[in-house]
Design a protein around this ligand. Structure first.
Ligand SMILES: [Zn+2]
Length: 179
C-alpha cells in the first residue's frame, strides 16, 4: 500500500482534463492556416489532388513534414506565400481557416446554410469568416490559389475594393501561382 492515487483516478482526471480543452485546441495550425476537416480520408484526397508543381515543391524541402496534416499545412503555406508575391500584397498577420469538405455538394450546402442561397461552388472564400471552403473532390492548385487570392486581397485592403476588382485579383493569383 502507498498513498499515491490509484491509476483509475489519474485516468479519470486526465479524461476530465481532456474534455475541457478550449475549443479548437486540436486544430492543426501553421503560420498562415488553421485547418479543419472531419475525415482523414477526405484530407488525404485533398492532399493528393493538391499537386503544387516543381517550383513550389522546391520550397517544401526546408519544412518538417511527417503527417498528411503537416504536408497539407506546408503546401498551403507555400501557396499563401506565392500568392502574396504574385499580387505584391503582404497583409499584416495574414491568417485563414481552411475547411476541407468531401465534395461540391457539401460546399454548396455550407454556402446555402450561411447565405440562404443556392450556388454551385467547388470552393469559396467567406469574407466575414476569413475562411476558405473547398471540395476535396475538385481540388486543384489553381482553385485554391484563386480563393487564397481573395483572402490575401481581402486582408490587404482596409477598404474593400469593388467585387469585380476583387475577382480580377483572384483570377490573377490563379493564373500566376505556377509562374
Ligand atoms: Zn473568385
Amino acid at each position: 500500500m502507498n498513498n499515491s492515487p490509484a491509476p483509475h483516478i489519474i485516468l479519470a482526471l486526465l479524461w476530465v482534463f481532456l474534455q475541457y480543452q478550449p475549443a479548437g485546441a486540436g486544430e492543426p495550425k501553421s503560420r498562415y492556416v488553421t485547418l479543419r476537416y472531419d475525415d482523414k480520408r477526405v484530407l488525404r484526397e485533398f492532399n493528393d489532388k493538391l499537386i503544387i508543381g516543381r517550383k513550389l515543391s522546391a520550397m517544401m524541402r526546408t519544412k518538417n513534414v511527417e503527417t498528411v496534416e503537416d504536408e497539407v499545412l506546408a503546401k498551403v503555406d507555400i501557396i499563401m506565400e506565392k500568392v502574396q508575391v504574385v499580387l505584391d500584397m503582404f497583409p499584416d498577420k495574414l491568417h485563414i481557416t481552411l475547411v476541407v469538405l468531401p465534395d461540391a455538394g457539401d460546399v454548396a450546402d455550407m454556402y446555402k446554410k450561411k447565405y440562404g442561397k443556392k450556388q454551385k461552388n467547388i470552393a469559396y472564400y467567406s469574407l466575414s469568416e476569413n475562411t476558405i471552403y473547398i471540395s476535396a473532390d475538385d481540388t486543384r492548385l489553381r482553385v485554391l490559389a484563386h480563393e487564397v487570392g481573395h483572402a490575401v486581397a481581402d486582408q490587404y485592403f482596409e477598404v474593400r475594393p469593388p467585387y469585380k476588382i476583387h475577382e480580377l485579383m483572384a483570377q490573377f493569383a490563379e493564373r500566376h501561382v505556377t509562374d
